[in-house]
Design a protein around this ligand. Structure first.
Ligand code: ATP
Length: 294
């Protein structure tokens, strides 16, 4: 069974920032969403799982592989798309994938050619294979990134903030591609974008200040809030008053005015209306945003 088990993982950087605080998660095949605001510790966790940095304590395993103590074993079955996927100047998509395939240990040129062509086709870039990757759009670059992460039939695929900066069309194409590859392997999608998780994941965790503050399905998290989320369109000057009076979980502009969502066990009256909760309400209620007024 291809299962990723993370147990009591902790990491404090030399500057005193506790990026991972006793993180415990179990992840099976499929796309798992790791949702958290910037600085929550997602990249620290992804880098630890990708064996690029060490934890202070705790353990992690993928099936029989002890990730902490057998990093080279893990690397053989890992596909990793880091947050910043840098590319060399003037290298074409085909050359880049060929180069990555060599690094992954595919030494035979004919075998590499087959793998590279297959992946170029899979990410829909075969026609662009001889174009410089530098000239690609953000979405196309991310598809090259996914193609390189798929080299060598990985069992664990880690994608760190893959949709930041993509336009809606590119994001959709990337979603489709990930959904396609995510069936047979463990895919961890780290993101601060709630839509990524809503579109792709049946299981998720929410991370904040290095801690896992929710773990389960998006659906059951939403059901937990059922009948407790109310909204009201208010004036900007009134925001502070509402913040003092209610537990505001989100504040979005709608037609130039703040539309606030609050969490309340019973109907507050006061012009509020009950709404069907969504994943964004879950996210903001779990991370307890403190800067709701800005
Ligand atoms: N090498 C480092 N040295 C010191 N502090 C670090 C280091 N890397 C990250 N941090 C800090 O650790 C915390 C977690 O960072 P991390 O990058 O893991 O979060 P994140 O959820 O991935 O956020 P982002 O999306 O902004 O990258 C942040 O406060 C960050 O400033």
């Amino acid at each position: 069974m291809n299962k990723l088990t993370i147990t009591n993982l902790s990491k404090t950087y030399p500057n005193g920032v506790k990026a991972l605080d006793d993180v415990t998660i179990e992840i099976e095949n499929g796309i798992f969403g790791l949702l958290g605001p910037n600085g929550a510790g997602k990249s620290s966790l992804m880098r630890t799982l990708a064996t690029l940095q060490e934890a202070d304590s705790g353990s992690a395993s993928l099936g029989d592989i002890d990730i902490i103590n057998q990093p080279s074993e893990l690397r053989k079955v890992l596909g990793y798309l880091p947050q910043e996927f840098g590319v060399y100047p003037r290298i074409t998509a085909k050359q880049l994938l060929d180069h990555m395939a060599i690094l992954k240990g595919i030494v035979k040129a004919s075998e590499r050619k087959e793998v590279v062509n297959y992946l170029l086709d899979k990410v829909n870039l075969f026609d662009k294979r001889n174009k410089s990757v530098k000239s690609f759009s953000g979405g196309m670059k991310q598809r090259v990134g996914i193609a390189q992460a798929l080299i060598g039939e990985p069992k664990l695929i880690i994608v760190d903030e893959p949709t930041a900066g993509l336009d809606p069309g590119e994001r959709n194409r990337f979603y489709n591609l990930l959904a396609d590859v995510g069936k047979e392997v463990v895919v961890i999608l780290s993101t601060h974008i709630v839509d990524d998780v809503r579109e792709l994941c049946t299981k998720m965790a929410i991370m904040n200040f290095g801690r896992i503050v929710y773990q389960g399905s998006p659906q059951s998290a939403i059901e937990e809030l059922d009948g407790r989320v109310y909204r009201k369109l208010v004036e900007r000057e009134e925001l502070e008053m509402y913040a003092n009076k209610y537990d505001i979980i989100s504040n979005k502009m709608s037609g130039g005015k703040p539309l606030i969502h609050i969490l309340k066990e019973s109907n507050p009256g006061d012009g509020f209306e009950l709404v069907t909760p969504n994943l964004e309400d879950v996210f903001f209620s779990k991370i307890n945003t403190t800067n709701i007024l800005v």
